[in-house]
Design a protein around this ligand. Structure first.
Ligand SMILES: [Zn+2]
Length: 394
């Protein structure tokens, strides 16, 4: 058990270690066999039997190759050359646009439907002060991008803003894990603005990152800004740029192209621009799951700030069921790892958790002392908590 997990257990006696998840390893972090097999492919079938040092050297070389590959010389535009990622340092991301068609910017008279005006939330730029504001500002408008017979839930080990306890790069989306070949569905109606491999232009920190991807610009704008949904690591792409899609239309199939460990869908929401620097937490956009075995779901979001009101990064939040269906387990999430992980324009949250069975919860953080609040999650609604805390010593 790692030191940080020990500390977690001491701080929260009911805590338990979490399973490994999916996504991109932070360079230099513990590289594991599945990534070795994925990156090695058929070219190095003996890697698993080689000396560990040789395997590690090979993997690190291959990772460097994957992360620094540039576009062919006949590429229509020169992709940005990403800086070498450094653990613990935020990456610089260029603003990127799809290569195949220009962005569909909403214009007056077009098919874009203006976002519904929330009842009485504050204007963008002012964080939500209370639960009523958060509920008025909630916007669960997206369907699950997986068919009903497949897994619908968001993987809990590597949520939006997570680094998986320092192991991986801060996550700009969420994972929905299903076997290869499972259909990937449009989460909302819109226009396909990119479809195909990301080998010529980077949609993430580098090319060859999301593999085969689809980006759909939603019909619905958000406070005047365009909204994009991104579907990454697809095995197959079934749509083309310029095509209109409805929620539930098949965009392709689940795969593990790009930098991925195991087949899964990487799902992102981007607001304002179709770029890696403009992501938002998809759990604030996906409709909470409907009743499952008599358990209706809601969601939770909030802010953890210091005494001056600054957001605190990477703090553990423990969400413990108090008066909820007995099958509900305690959840552990962290506040967003760094400032590149954007909060919602209105809410300005720095943590969020979707698909929370309705009921009463204890929400706790432990910095210099133990802070706890009790909250009731209503079916289909967003619960909201704010903690102002004395931050832990650096
Ligand atoms: Zn992902």
């Amino acid at each position: 058990m790692s030191g940080s997990r020990l500390a977690l257990v001491r701080a929260f006696p009911w805590s338990r270690p979490r399973a490994a998840g999916y996504g991109r390893l932070r360079p230099g972090a513990g590289l594991i066999l599945p990534l070795a097999l994925l990156l090695a492919g058929c070219a190095a079938p003996s890697i698993a039997a080689s000396a560990p040092e040789q395997a590690t050297a090979f993997i690190e070389t291959r990772v460097a190759q994957v992360l620094t590959e540039t576009a062919p010389t006949d590429a229509p535009t020169e992709p940005p050359t990403p800086p070498p990622p450094t653990a613990g340092q935020p990456l610089e991301f260029a603003t990127l646009t799809p290569i195949r068609t220009p962005l569909q910017v909403p214009t007056a008279g077009a098919t874009v439907t203006p976002a519904a005006t929330p009842a009485a939330p504050p204007t963008p730029g002012t964080p939500c002060p209370d639960a009523a504001c958060a509920q008025a500002a909630q916007h669960f408008i997206l369907e699950r991008p997986a068919p009903p017979e497949a897994a619908q839930y968001v993987d809990r080990t590597y949520g939006y803003g997570s680094t998986q306890q320092g192991l991986r790069e801060p996550h700009h989306g969420v994972e929905i894990v299903n076997r290869s070949g499972t259909p990937v569905l449009a989460a909302g109606a819109g226009t396909v603005v990119a479809a195909g491999p990301d080998d010529q232009i980077a949609f993430g920190p580098a090319t060859h990152f999301y593999g085969n991807l689809v980006v759909v610009e939603l019909e619905q704008a958000y406070h005047g800004q365009p909204v994009y949904t991104l579907y990454g690591h697809l095995a197959r792409v079934d749509v083309t740029a310029g095509q209109s899609v409805q929620a539930g239309d098949v965009l392709g199939t689940v795969g593990q192209t790009g930098v991925a460990i195991g087949p899964h869908l990487h799902f992102e929401v981007r607001v304002g621009q179709n770029s890696y620097a403009h992501t938002r937490n998809p759990e604030l956009w996906l409709k909470p799951l409907p009743d499952v075995k008599g358990r209706p779901y809601g969601a939770l979001a909030g802010r953890i700030v210091d005494l001056e009101g600054n957001l605190l990064y990477g703090q553990t939040v423990v969400i413990r069921p108090v008066d909820v269906n007995e099958a509900t387990r305690t959840k552990y999430i962290t506040t967003y790892a760094q400032e590149t992980l954007n909060g919602d324009d209105i809410l300005q949250e720095n943590f969020s958790l979707g698909d929370l069975p309705a009921g009463r919860y204890s929400v706790a953080v432990n910095t210099t002392k133990f802070y706890e609040q009790t909250i009731v999650i209503e079916p289909g609604q967003l619960g909201w908590v704010t903690f102002t805390v004395k931050p832990p010593a650096p």
